[in-house]
Design a binder for this molecule. Sequence first.
Ligand code: 5AD
Ligand code: SF4
Length: 469
Amino acid sequence: MRERKVIAPEELRAQEEICGRIMERVTADGQRPLAMVDTYGCQQNEADSEKLRGYLALMGYGFTQDEFQADVIVVNTCAVREHAEMRVLGNVGALNHSKKAKSGQIVCVCGCMVQQQHMADKLKHSYPVVDLVFGPHELWRFPELLEQVQTRHKRVFATAPSDGAVAEGIPVRRDGQVKAWLSIMYGCNNVCTYCIVPYVRGRERSRLPGDILREARELVAAGYKDITLLGQNVNSYGKDLPEPVDFADLIRMVNDIPGDFRIRFMTSHPKDATEKLFRAMAECEKCCHQLHLPVQSGSDEILKRMNRGYDSAKYLRQVALARQYMPDLVLTTDIIVGFPGETEEQFSDTLRLCEQVRYDAMFTFIYSKRVGTPAASMPDPYTREEKQKHFDALTALANRISLEKHAAYEGQVVRVLIDGETGRDEYNLSSRTDGGRLVHLKGDPSLVGRFADVKITASSTWALYGEIV
Ligand code: 5AD
Ligand code: SF4
């Protein structure tokens, strides 16, 4: 087994001391400085941004969404598709205006996008507005990097390649009070040929069960009702740990924490999902019967070229098994359309699989070429227009199925967790079923954070509508 690299507690303490020094300096004039954290991409990035805010709060910063007010701006980026990168570059370029207007403003860009050398270089040479660039592996020493920029008045780039480490004890400032992200592992050891994630987030490394359970207990004690266990591939949780523990065991341990809360998780790789996991999900009363199981394609040939490690028959067996354990399972997926060389026939295989599985929701993407991945050098003869046509057909299918599935809820009574206000009059509250379906409600705002039984009265493609019973 590879050595699992851990950041020493003293090193984390040193970062907190730096936060204290920064606080003294930036609040010396008696004014509260402000920071803005802008997040792109997946839930893992949301969780990372909560750590960045935790550090910033410890440095004495308040928070704003207005770049013209911010003394420090942190843009936490995603690299999974070109579209996300283009948005980041556009928005970072536009920070020229706020930087001119607000003297001393510091612009930081971090996350997956900048862990790619060509992107770090691009920022260095073409985006002088940027003061600090650091990849996911350097997040734990953000205070030190920011202090370098503040005191030495020069640009700092920290994006050296790394397998990654585990850093426990970074302060966290969470966004909500009802739902919480809880990272259980970092990185990814798979090499899906289209995917940049393993290159930018490093090797798989699991947090110790004790550290995860401590954080989960703190969340429950603080009143959180919906905990999502996060990992690039949660099904390989524990493979790198000295003690024999897997993801199904971890779910049972979290489930044993006393309290009225829900457990969710994402993402599961179909090649590693086990019967043991489905059994744990079915038997743990706090675990939601919700599974995000990205299939990516319904064509065996494409799955092979994607290096996914399963074929459609194996995938369908898994779905059947999961549904056998949980007849009420809410199942969602990710699908890539237009993988290099994907033919009409291969795309039809995807449509057929989706018809067969009938997902509750599908997240569909047009293939995006990622520099340095194996798929980037595969012949890709089909045009953007052809891919778009397939994408539209798949979206239409996904919407039709979601609409039908949602319509079937009408008249039923379901348990929901009320998680926020919508700002609209007619349906002023938003909530989620155990399966994660969005339900709009009318009710007193004091209900936020409570579970309720709700009768579904109407539905659409995207949401359900109901009344508290
Ligand atoms: N192009 C398009 N979609 C991608 N995804 C990952 N890499 C790419 C890519 N290069 C999608 C996959 C994955 C989701 C998070 O993003 O469907 O499951
Ligand atoms: Fe990418 Fe595959 Fe890892 Fe998911 S499991 S992040 S698709 S390499």
